[in-house]
Design a protein around this ligand. Structure first.
Ligand code: PSU
Ligand code: MN
Length: 307
């Protein structure tokens, strides 16, 4: 059993201080349907490489935490049965059990920071679920981001959540939230969640300057969320979204879905009930975020080394 195993290219890049972008594997194993998931997993990595940056998809293979899965390992997490969904609390158990597992935003962020990777791309963050005042269902993504120094590019939080409550929790937890070229918080499948953000930055260089200032100040221990909205022409039809979401939430109740199965259930429901339209939107979100994350990582690596 090894502590953390690095892909060869990732190890080389980190040792030379070349830009690296971390990518999560829960999207692949639990967020997207097969067989498209493997194609998309490769496309996300390619989007990062297209910017001259090294992708590091993170996951657990046979109990080993791997930062920078190779193509065989990526294939295994995309196609094997029984790949667990691993949050931070599950990583050591998976190692002891020799299990295969996909890492969520929480565990990917924690492992990226541990590996010295500053920038991470995902689709939409987890957050406070609707009805959380009864169910207490709040993603571990939030509390992990509060204590993890990493920059996450996302399209806001998943629109299946209580977005207002999630923004309140991000504020309480001290997570920095910045809109990318917008002061409206994006709503994952939707361009605009209906909520404002306080700050907007316009370029990868500006975001890199934020990262550098944060490091130079040495005061803030948590994550920076860069919320990158889809252009309105690429979002899911808002009326369709509302209808399908209502059905999905009713389905959760009817089928008694709880815990970590909630998010995969709702995403799969969207993909089915929109006849694949939400899947195409989800893929666009992830690829766009990977591209922006790579641009930010490259801009950050190009800054002069701090004194
Ligand atoms: N973004 C996507 N698809 C996903 C997820 C994010 O476009 O499947 C995953 C992330 O891994 C995130 C998880 O951490 O959903 C949230 O799950 P939960 O609500 O159980 O914490
Ligand atoms: Mn949950």
């Amino acid at each position: 059993m090894q502590e953390v195993r690095y892909g060869q290219r990732v190890r080389q890049a980190l040792s030379k201080h070349l830009p690296v972008v971390a990518l999560e594997s829960t999207i692949i194993s639990h967020g997207l349907p097969r067989p498209r998931n493997l194609v998309v997993a490769r496309d996300i990595e390619q989007a990062v490489r297209d910017q001259g940056v090294v992708p590091a998809t993170i996951g657990v293979v046979g109990g080993d935490v791997v930062v920078g899965l190779d193509d065989d390992e990526l294939t295994r997490l995309a196609t094997a049965d029984g790949v667990a969904k691993l949050s931070v609390r599950d990583l050591a158990v998976a190692a002891a059990a020799g299990a295969d597992g996909a890492t969520t935003v929480a565990s990917t962020a924690a492992l990226a920071a541990h590996a010295g990777i500053h920038v991470f791309a995902t689709g939409g963050l987890g957050g406070v679920h609707r009805g959380a005042s009864e169910s207490f269902d709040e993603s571990a993504d939030l509390v992990t981001l509060a204590r993890t120094p990493v920059l996450v590019v996302c399209a806001g939080v998943k629109s299946i959540l209580d977005v207002g409550a999630t923004l309140e929790r991000l504020e309480t937890l001290g997570v920095t939230v910045v809109g990318y070229a917008t002061k409206r918080f994006p709503g994952f499948y939707l361009t605009d969640s209906g909520f404002n953000v306080d700050w907007s930055l316009e370029t990868p260089e500006q975001v890199a300057a934020l990262l550098r200032a944060r490091q130079a100040q040495g005061v803030h221990p948590g994550a920076v969320v860069v919320a990158n909205p889809l252009p309105p022409s690429e979002q899911l039809d808002p009326a369709l979204h509302e209808r399908v979401l209502a059905e999905g939430l009713a389905g959760l109740e009817r089928e008694g879905v709880t815990g970590k199965a909630v998010t995969p259930y709702l995403l799969a429901h969207f993909h089915e009930a929109t006849a694949g339209a939400s899947l195409e939107v989800n893929i666009r979100i992830i690829v766009r975020n990977a591209t922006l994350a790579a641009q930010i990582a490259a801009a950050y690596a190009a800054l002069p080394v701090a004194a």
